[in-house]
Ligand binder design. Structure first.
Ligand SMILES: Cc1cc2nc3c(=O)[nH]c(=O)nc-3n(C[C@H](O)[C@H](O)[C@H](O)COP(=O)(O)OP(=O)(O)OC[C@H]3O[C@@H](n4cnc5c(N)ncnc54)[C@H](O)[C@@H]3O)c2cc1C
Length: 300
């Protein structure tokens, strides 16, 4: 069923954003195909919405059809939560997805952005992704190699005509679940200490790469953490330019984690964009590094 003028804020973890002109939810491939055909026939823009945990929706909303993928019985359907897949693995003694515990959002969203934490990422566990290619209208199975996973990126991020439908994961069957449970509990504890609990869309910027050896050495001295492949935490840079805690209207840079922009309850998308612009400008000026948003802008 197509609904009209539906506020998107409640479908995002930022709790920010105006309405979708048209909105529909689906938990299966055939309805998804019909909705996409309808959008094509009417010349509507469309947006595939997962858990809304990595997006910033414009205050003006989205002038097209938002298709929300909702939970289905099939555990490997793109619209199911990554947390439910990680939970299923824990209960059935499959190791390899422990790192995913506590990451919000859906399987589809996690594959698109190659979500990861604590040394693991989606690209490590993918065997096959079932994909709808809107360019040719065909459904195909993509091998892990064809998905071209990179740091917080994949072929799906680079090509918006590829819709993720479901997944086959490659995990290890263990004799018992004890080690899996222990690892997950440790990760959850660390996440609770580190991740701000306010409304946000997770890490706002990707960690940038730098070959500035002086900066790398300073970070390593400061944090005691070794830089791998020149990737330096965006949060540390934001801290270095003194922006931790900076507020614009109803949004602020978290005091707990400087790479999180949080909505204090009344925040708007425009305020987030303004704050993000200040961060980018200061970092560019001081370190000659251009930060890139990890968060996807919708309707701008
Ligand atoms: C508190 C918090 C903590 C977080 N911690 C982490 C973390 O540790 N590691 C990490 O990597 N991320 C983290 N994130 C970010 C976010 O949870 C992940 O990026 C997540 O994988 C996004 O999934 P989603 O379903 O919410 O995607 P959405 O936000 O709904 O969408 C993101 C993008 O994916 C596209 N998309 C969604 N589903 C599909 C599909 N089926 N086919 C094609 N495109 C699709 C959307 O169109 C959009 O462009 C965190 C976020 C929050 C709020």
């Amino acid at each position: 069923m197509i609904q009209e003028n539906i506020s998107l804020a409640k479908y995002t973890t930022f709790k920010i954003g105006g309405p979708a002109k048209f909105f529909a939810e689906t938990d299966n491939e055939s309805d998804l195909l019909s909705l996409l055909n309808l959008a094509k026939k009417n010349n509507w823009k469309f947006f595939i919405l997962g858990g809304g945990s990595n997006i910033l929706v414009s205050d003006d909303g989205f002038d097209g059809l938002v298709i929300k993928l909702k939970t289905a019985r099939d555990k490997f359907w793109a619209g199911n939560s990554l947390a439910s897949l990680a939970g299923y693995c824990k209960e059935n003694f499959f190791s390899g997805l422990e790192w995913a515990t506590g990451i919000p959002g859906t399987i589809g969203g996690a594959i698109r952005g190659n979500a990861g934490a604590y040394g693991g990422c989606m690209g490590d566990v993918i065997e096959i992704v079932r994909v709808l290619d809107l360019e040719c209208g065909k459904i195909e199975n993509y091998s892990c190699e064809k998905c071209q996973f990179e740091y917080r990126s994949s072929i799906f991020k680079r090509n918006g005509k590829l819709i993720i439908l479901s997944v086959v994961v490659n995990l290890k069957k263990e004799k018992s679940g004890e080690a899996i449970v222990d690892t997950m509990q440790n990760i959850l504890k660390k996440r609770r200490e580190k991740i701000p609990q306010n409304f946000s869309a997770g890490s706002f910027f990707q960690n940038p790469f730098t070959n500035d050896q002086e900066l790398i050495s300073r970070f390593e001295r400061d944090s005691g953490v070794k830089v791998i492949d020149g990737k330096i935490p965006a949060g540390w840079l934001i801290d270095e330019v003194g922006l931790r805690g900076k507020k614009i209207g109803g949004v602020m840079i978290s005091e707990n984690h400087a790479n999180f922009i949080v909505n204090m309850g009344t925040g708007t998308a425009q305020e987030v964009v303004t704050l993000s612009g200040i961060i980018k400008q200061k970092i560019r000026h001081r370190f000659h590094i251009q930060l890139k948003e990890e968060v996807v802008y919708v309707g701008f």
